[in-house]
Design a protein around this ligand. Structure first.
Ligand code: GTR
Length: 324
């Protein structure tokens, strides 16, 4: 706790400094991933562009490796303006912003192209706009591959996961998803999952290739079974508290810079997925591809009905499904 307080204090002190007479400012952004992970590199890139467009007035400093706290902690700190920005999984907002649930509906995206058309398109904009009423400025949704289950055993059928203890992100939807496939969900913050797998607190976790690799989860759970049950996006948000202190022009610069950096991220992400897969295979991980996905699709269908609770959410779901 003391270490965390020190880090936060350091972050606050580092955020305002004086260069050449004009006051310059670093926005502080949090991430759970290491500093060379695509989401972190993306936010740094946004900072470079903002810096250039504001002639050095603003930049972004990213605090990675969960150093400012878990995704839930940092989301709350952004709400009160103690941190300016955060990049988290949209799962972090499931209990706060109902629209953020929809892209986590299991198997809602047919493929990456479908994801991109909707999440970088009108439905993504609708979801981002919903953040504002809760004190956040939604800046970008980002692709994050698909999530699959990994453990010490091979998973091909529903029978294989029955009764397994599976770590999930702290989200009611993710809990329901794992219950729907007949397993036992355990919500745990990301930074604690490695130990949970190592000690046997859980039998399995689920994530994409880059997280599987960089977190070293593959050491404790060397069999990655491609269930591909969800493609939920990452999200970058800005604190409305800080945002409201900026001029309209500065706000536009930040929004434009985020848009400009997305192609850089998409390229980085594709390369990282491949590199992570290669690295884990070299380290001894095994990938199971012949999963009976149809069984999983049927089992998780009730999750859609449970979380599409209003006419507005049902319409958002339909708009995504109907996008060809
Ligand atoms: C990763 C995601 C993180 C975090 C993590 C988790 O894919 O990028 O933001 O949510 O999953 O499972 O906790």
């Amino acid at each position: 706790m003391q270490i965390k307080l020190k880090t936060i204090l350091g972050a606050v002190l580092a955020s305002v400094f004086v260069t050449g007479g004009a006051q310059a400012r670093d926005f502080r952004s949090a991430d759970v991933h290491p500093l060379d992970y695509p989401t972190v590199m993306f936010v740094k890139k946004v900072g470079d562009i903002v810096n250039q467009k504001t002639s050095g007035k603003y930049n972004i400093k990213v605090f990675g490796n969960s150093s400012l706290g878990s995704e839930t902690d940092t989301m709350q700190q952004v709400k009160i303006g103690a941190i300016d920005m955060v990049r988290v999984s949209t799962a972090t907002f499931h209990g706060v912003i109902p629209e953020s649930l929809v892209p986590a509906f299991p198997f809602i995206f047919r493929n990456l192209e479908h994801f991109r058309k909707t999440m970088y398109g009108p439905q993504g904009d609708q979801i981002l706009a919903a953040f504002e009423k809760e004190g956040f400025i939604g800046l970008a949704l980002l692709e994050s591959g698909s999530r699959s289950i990994y453990s010490k055993k091979e998973i091909r059928t529903l029978a294989d996961v029955k009764g397994m203890k599976i770590r999930v992100q702290p989200s009611d939807l993710m809990i329901s998803l794992v219950q729907a496939i007949g397993a036992n969900p355990t919500p745990i913050p990301y930074a604690e999952v490695y130990t949970a797998l190592k000690t046997g607190l859980v039998d399995a976790a689920e994530n994409n290739y880059p997280s599987y690799e960089t977190s070293k989860h593959y050491e404790a759970a060397p069999i990655f079974s491609e269930t591909e049950h969800v493609m939920l996006p990452e999200v970058l948000v800005f604190s409305k508290k800080t945002w409201d202190t900026l001029t309209k022009e500065e706000q536009k610069i930040i929004r434009d810079s985020v848009k400009e950096a997305i192609p850089y991220y998409v390229d980085l992400w594709a390369k990282k997925e491949q590199a992570s897969k290669d690295l884990t295979i070299k380290a001894g991980a095994k990938y199971i591809t012949n999963v009976n996905r149809a069984e999983f699709v049927t089992a998780v269908k009730p999750v859609w009905d449970k979380f599409a609770t209003t006419p507005e959410l049902k319409k958002l779901v339909q708009d995504i499904v109907n996008t060809k």
